[in-house]
Write a protein that binds this ligand. Structure first.
Ligand code: NDP
Length: 434
């Protein structure tokens, strides 16, 4: 904490991981003796830069850009870009740190990194978004590459932003390097099923977890926070497995539709019109809209899927969910629960699917996009989806087996941390003091 003052989210993420690694360290003192842990929590490289751009009124705006290249032991740095006003180094570092373990869990050769900016895309014109992305990439391009560091989307960065970023990279690099960014449009190297991958993956993983405990999504009531990329496709897949999703939200408020969310309406509002979730009740007056996003966790449900942002669920929200009889929690967002909330769920025997494992389907499919770019061919939606499904099943098995091996059967939070860590630690040991 002294070394990284003020980076509260980063401290939180590291504390959570190091705690669950205690039994691993007891078995492998060499990880401490070799200084591996100190290296593991220190990024290999972190880049911060100025992003100047002209808004539609001709006024100069200045934002700050970040790229944290955390760990390249098992492959090129890989992780998304987040554009949100709350972004600062502590957020990018927590995301980059978690990304190391997540990417390891996918079984694919990708290291961990993350980036972004405190730029707020809300309310900006397409022209302003493009100008910002071009300026951002004009600096970032010298630090990335298809064998070095491959960014993708995250909060505030979707297909539109990736398109502008890719266009500028191509222009300044004078090279068509398809695999330098993932989440690309389908006409220029994107992968089918990438858009759906994180949300679908959350449901594939949680479904394995439910099955392991004799449960299923069929007939279950589900609450999903967020209404962005992850939330929408988690909702789609949960509904296809027979679940009733009754609530979703954005940062201003939540909708409750007791008969089940009509996802086509949410997609239109969020993906096409880029408007607020409150619009939903105009089409569906039988549903309710409530201001304030946290209220969503007062709704009774069997499965809770926080898919918005970090620290969405604290002890108060966790206790509400437990009191209302929740059975399982699947983290679609990164670190959506505080450490105290996760411990409360585990103490109350609630099944918890941790973000590093449950939302790894997005980055796994990004790695599949890189493979397709290298081979210069495209797989069908079904091929990619089948591979994604297989990867999520394997991740569940890895988390389950690691938890069992270290005496914490059923604790998939610890299991995912341990399984993800062991591969990276082994590769770091093999590569010496670098
Ligand atoms: P989007 O930008 O598509 O959507 C984010 C959603 O969360 C929006 O509904 C947004 O509401 C809401 N939200 C964002 N910030 C807040 C906040 N401070 N308080 C309340 N609600 C908020 O992002 P994604 O769906 O891509 O990402 C969601 C989460 O999933 C993030 O934690 C991300 O790191 C994680 N993730 C994403 C992956 C991906 O492939 N996209 C992969 C793995 C993890 P509003 O529109 O009002 O801001």
């Amino acid at each position: 904490k002294k070394r990284n003052p003020g980076e509260v989210e980063f401290h939180q993420a590291v504390e959570e991981v190091l705690q669950s690694l205690e039994p691993v360290i007891a078995k492998h003192p060499e990880f401490v003796e070799s200084g591996l842990l100190e290296r593991f929590v220190e990024p290999e490289r972190q880049i911060m830069f100025r992003v100047p751009w002209l808004d539609d009124n001709g006024k100069t705006q200045v934002n700050r850009g970040f790229r944290v290249q955390f760990n390249s032991a098992i492959g090129p740095y890989k992780g998304g870009l987040r554009f949100h006003p709350s972004v600062y180094l502590g957020i990018i570092k927590f995301l980059g740190f978690e990304q190391i373990l997540k990417n390891s869990l996918t079984g694919l050769p990708i290291g961990g990194g993350k980036g972004g900016s405190d730029f707020n895309p809300k309310g900006k014109s397409d022209n302003e978004i493009m100008k910002f992305c071009q300026s951002f990439m004009t600096e970032l391009y010298r630090h990335i590459g298809h064998d070095l560091d491959v960014p993708a989307g995250d909060i505030g960065v979707g297909a539109r932003e990736i398109g502008y970023l890719f266009g500028q990279y191509k222009r300044v690099k004078n090279a068509y390097e398809g695999g330098v960014l993932t989440g690309k449009g389908l006409t220029y190297g994107g992968s089918l099923a990438r858009k759906q991958a994180t949300g679908f993956g959350v449901i594939y993983f949680t479904n394995e977890m439910l099955k392991e405990h004799g449960l299923s999504y069929e007939g279950k009531t589900v609450v999903i926070s967020g209404s962005g990329n992850v939330a929408i496709y988690a909702c789609e897949k949960a509904q296809s497995l027979g679940a009733k999703v009754v609530a979703m939200c954005d940062s201003t408020g939540y909708i409750y539709d007791k008969d089940g969310i009509k996802l086509d309406t949410v997609k239109r509002i969020k993906e096409v019109e880029r408007k607020r979730i409150s619009e939903y009740v105009k089409d569906h007056p039988e549903a309710e809209y409530h201001d304030g996003q946290k209220g969503i966790w007062t709704i009774k449900c069997d499965v809770a899927l926080p898919c918005a942002t970090q620290n969405d669920i604290d002890v108060k929200e966790a206790q509400q969910l437990i009191d209302n009889g929740v059975t399982a929690l699947g983290e679609g967002a990164n670190m959506p629960c505080t450490n105290e909330a996760v411990n409360l769920f585990l103490d109350n025997k609630i099944l918890v699917a941790p973000a590093k494992a449950a939302n790894a389907g997005g980055v796994a499919t990004s790695a599949l996009e890189m493979s397709q770019n290298s081979m210069r061919l495209s797989w069908t939606f079904e091929e990619v989806d089948e591979k994604l499904h297989g990867i999520m099943v394997n991740i569940f098995k890895a988390a389950k087996d690691a938890a069992k091996e270290y005496g914490m059967e059923g604790n998939y939070v610890a299991g995912a941390n341990i399984a993800g860590f062991l591969k990276v630690a082994d590769a770091m040991m093999a590569q010496g003091l670098v």
